[in-house]
Design a protein around this ligand. Structure first.
Ligand code: SF4
Length: 134
C-alpha cells in the first residue's frame, strides 16, 4: 500500500501563532482529519517577510490571480501596499509544497494569502480573524 502524499496546511490551523494578531486558529476537526498524514505547515505571510503581529491586509481590485498578474493589490488597513511580500510568500509556499511532494492542501478560508474558497474584498468590513482575516 502506498503512503498518502504530504498535505500543505496553513500553519495557523496547526497551532502556529502566525496570524496578523499573533494568535493561531488550531482546528480540532482538521487535526483529526490529518491524523497519520505527513503535514507541511506553512505561513505564506511570514515566509514573505511580514512580521507577526502585523496589520490586517486584504485584496483590492481582484483576486489572487489578479495579484499574480499585476492587476490587483494587497493592502493593509493603513493603506500600505504589501503586494510584493504576499507574492513572495505565495511563491515560497508553492516551492515548499513541491519540495515536499504535496499533492493537496488544506488552507485557511477567506484570508488573503491562504484564501481557499474566496477572500475578503478590501473594504475591511469584516472582523479581523474573528472568522475573517489572517
Ligand atoms: S491564513 Fe494567514 S496566518 Fe494562517 S498560515 Fe495563511 S497567511 Fe499565515
Amino acid at each position: 500500500m502506498t503512503e498518502p502524499s504530504p498535505v500543505l496546511v496553513s500553519a495557523c490551523l496547526r497551532g502556529v501563532p502566525c496570524r496578523y494578531d499573533g494568535r493561531d486558529r488550531r482546528s480540532g476537526p482538521l487535526d483529526e482529519l490529518l491524523a497519520g498524514r505527513r503535514v507541511v505547515a506553512f505561513c505564506p505571510e511570514q515566509a514573505g517577510g511580514l512580521p507577526t503581529p502585523r496589520r490586517p491586509a486584504e485584496l483590492r481590485g481582484g483576486d489572487g490571480h489578479g495579484v499574480l498578474e499585476g492587476t490587483a493589490r494587497v493592502v493593509e488597513d493603513t493603506g500600505d501596499d504589501v503586494t510584493a511580500a504576499f507574492v513572495a510568500g505565495a511563491e515560497r509556499a508553492l516551492a515548499a509544497a513541491r519540495r515536499a511532494g504535496c499533492a493537496e492542501a488544506d488552507l485557511m478560508p477567506r484570508f488573503p494569502s491562504c484564501g481557499a474558497g474566496g477572500v475578503h474584498d478590501g473594504t475591511f468590513h469584516r472582523d479581523a480573524h474573528g472568522g475573517a482575516r489572517a
